[in-house]
Design a protein around this ligand. Sequence first.
Ligand code: CUA
Length: 353
Amino acid sequence: MATRTASITQAHRTGSATRQRTDCRPLRVEASPGVLALLALLLAGCHAEHVQSSLHPAGPAAEHIAWLWWILLAVCTPVFMLVVVLTLLAIWRRPGSSRPSEPLGNRFIVICAIILPAIILFFFLFVSLEAMVTLEEPEEVVTIRVVGHQFWWEVHYPDHGIETANEIHIPVGAAVRLELQAADVLHSFWVPNLAGKRDLLAEHPNTFWIQADRPGTYRGQCAEYCGVQHALMAFYVVALPAEEFRAWLEEKQQPRPEPANEELARGREVFFQRGCNNCHAIQGTSARANVGPDLTHFGSRLSIGAGTLPNNHGNLAGWIVDPQAAKPGNRMPRSYLPADELHLLLDYLMSLQ
Ligand code: CUA
């Protein structure tokens, strides 16, 4: 008996010891692929430059939109959680267990299904109207005309005689009026850091305005499905301090210089001999087509193919030889150029500032 008691006590002690060890074990979180994917998605929002994000506003319109978003999140999150809790309670309640009395049930429905949603919806209506009034067009200082094509953006400064593509330079701290129109199908202009969206219609121009309060380069994106390369119909808004913007306007208004040397002049010949002028324009030359982007200032642009590739010699060479590899479905055909002609053409295009 004494032996049995001893062994039980021993087992009890061992048990508690084991339990104690188990309790003190450091907490381990199993990293399943699902958790990792979710974490990666969340961390993607922490990108230092906040490229193309409505939640990092850099202008008054975007600030209003971001504020509206936070209000919606703050109100909708508790409502969603309440609905989930009530749904789970309804699912898990045992049949026949305590039912609320009829009067309480009716009052509950009246409050939660009619009064509460009505208050919330009226509140949303009020803040949305307030934001819409604030987003009314202010007094603008510059007007820019933007034409959407499949799948690139034509950009004009009508008061200054400047034409460019896939890049919009604006002055910081000033309202910029945009005249938006589509050349083919419906597109939508969206720079999340600066403002909301506005559609580009083929039938008549739409007006819109943007303003950046901080210098920087903001990525924009077509926000209306417009065909196979809708996702690669991007552009950049470059916001410059007022002085720099004026200098930019002045520089781009200057008559385009002749090629600086013999090699560049031969590159220009290749441009015409190989028929690039059938689709592209270069101011100061006889190339005037606008099937593809205007190339007058091509060398100073940030990207090739409307935000598809960074603009450099290597990417441009690949683009000219086989544009369909980088952006299948765009209108530019392959070119079959001998290597020496390709190099001359590359140098000429990159020299266009
Ligand atoms: Cu243009 Cu989508």
